[in-house]
Design a protein around this ligand. Structure first.
Ligand SMILES: NC(=O)c1ccc[n+]([C@@H]2O[C@H](COP(=O)([O-])OP(=O)(O)OC[C@H]3O[C@@H](n4cnc5c(N)ncnc54)[C@H](OP(=O)(O)O)[C@@H]3O)[C@@H](O)[C@H]2O)c1
Length: 392
């Protein structure tokens, strides 16, 4: 039975590879040639931002120094992609940072964040959101000079919720790849090269260049190979938090954990439960990603389709009021205020809840089973973010 399962998995993986290359072409066509795109529910007759866009090039960075402060998941990907695009990139890290050695090994000059800010024309703040305000106050703000520099973010939280207020003489913009940093890097170095879609936004434009800088940065990290959408700091921050809390990370994890526990508590083997409610999630979500929900249903059995439409809504129940509550907590700042309080208290609940899941039966069974799945890329998650190499 397991052999049949694995051959089924291989067929799906092959299918995924073909569909992915088709998807890339479709994205290029849609974003590159379509004269209209959807913005806030309306079709906007505006030039999409892609490699075909006249301003999507690297000219704006000629003779300039780009600093990436932080060399973690996003930081290492932006820095390495921009360097490979031929740009002059330096890294800002605390002298005792465990990321320094990895950045030096990748060929970067590393300075403390204050010195990197002084030397750079464009500065990407790529440290965790809750550490950005102190970094800005202590190291960046005193070294911005009289203007002419541009600050970039890959998520709008610190600016949107007012943790950082930048003087008017300095531009502030965003380049937010829609994917984890490791994907930003692995897509860029694929053969043939691919990219991760990104959002850009301008918060304040001191000298009329902020949009060009954001678009060119997105181009340098490879995002125009996929597609770049323009948004606002408010829209990116609120939708990003909502998506990760309710569906992508929070919703999916909670659904998997509950499904696993119900099966195991009913006496089924943890290995079977793992395959049924965790392993296959990727196979199904890949199909949804490539084709939408009806396209996924094209590949599943009639029985699975009937279970999907008749039992799925009953399991989820009336979830929208709770989702609206989560959205409202994001919009009025409640979520971020609680998160900041937890951070300032030394993260006791954060660490406890993560540790509970790390030690769970689901994770112990998964670790064992994944060790026997040679087709799943093995990643060292014990070192720094920048040391982990993702091939998938
Ligand atoms: N993770 C993602 O894929 C992702 C996706 C979209 C947007 N973002 C956004 O990208 C930003 C960075 O997040 P991340 O997840 O990439 O962070 P991360 O992986 O946790 O990286 C943290 C890096 O910042 C360094 N660092 C921490 N505090 C610092 C300080 N005060 N001065 C200098 N360096 C410092 C760390 O050094 P040490 O190694 O010494 O700790 C490490 O190199 C955030 O705004 C986040 O919302 C992230």
């Amino acid at each position: 039975m397991l052999t049949a399962f694995y051959s089924w998995v291989r067929v799906l993986c092959r299918e995924r590879a073909v569909a992915l290359s088709e998807q890339t072409r479709v994205i290029r066509k849609t974003y590159g040639l379509q004269p209209y795109y959807m913005k806030q529910g309306n079709w906007v007759p505006k030039e999409p931002l892609t490699t075909t866009s006249p301003s999507a090039n690297l000219d704006v960075f000629k003779g300039k120094t780009l600093a990436v402060i932080g060399y973690g998941s996003q930081g290492h990907a932006h820095a390495r992609n921009l360097k490979d695009s031929g740009l002059n990139v330096i890294i800002g890290l605390k002298p005792d940072s465990r990321s320094v050695a990895t950045a030096v090994e990748a060929g970067f000059e590393v300075f403390d964040p204050a010195e990197a800010t002084r030397r750079a024309d464009v500065i990407m703040i790529a440290v965790p959101d809750m550490r950005q305000a102190a970094l800005y106050r202590d190291d960046i703000s005193p070294n911005l000079g009289d203007g002419g520099k541009c600050l970039l973010f890959s998520h709008g939280l610190a600016i949107h919720f007012g943790h950082i207020v930048v003087p008017e003489h300095t531009s502030v913009a965003m380049v937010a790849p829609k994917g984890p940093g490791h994907l930003v890097r692995s897509q860029f170095i694929k053969n043939p090269p691919e990219g991760t879609p990104a959002l850009i936004a301008v918060h304040q434009d001191a000298d009329g260049c902020a949009r060009d800088i954001a678009l060119s940065w997105a181009h340098g990290i490879g995002s125009t190979r996929a597609g770049v959408f323009e948004t606002t700091f408010k829209e990116e921050t609120e939708t990003d938090l909502f998506g990760e809390q309710t569906v992508l990370c929070g919703g999916v994890s909670a659904l998997i954990k509950a499904g696993f526990e119900v099966l195991v508590e009913a006496g089924y083997s943890p290995e079977m439960a793992y395959f049924e409610v965790l392993h296959e999630v990727k196979l199904i979500t890949d199909l949804i990603n490539q084709r939408g929900i009806p396209g996924m249903r094209f590949s599943i059995s009639e029985t699975a389709k009937w279970g999907d439409v008749s039992v799925g809504p009953m399991i989820i129940g009336d979830i929208k009021p709770r989702m609206r509550q989560a959205l409202s907590d994001i919009q009025d700042g409640t979520f971020v205020a609680k998160w900041k309080k937890e951070y300032d208290n030394g993260l006791p609940n954060y660490n406890r809840l993560l540790a509970e899941d790390d030690g769970s039966l689901l994770e112990r069974v998964g670790t064992h089973l994944r060790a026997h799945m040679p087709w799943i890329p093995k990643v060292n998650t014990g070192g720094t973010q920048a040391q982990a190499v993702f091939k998938g």
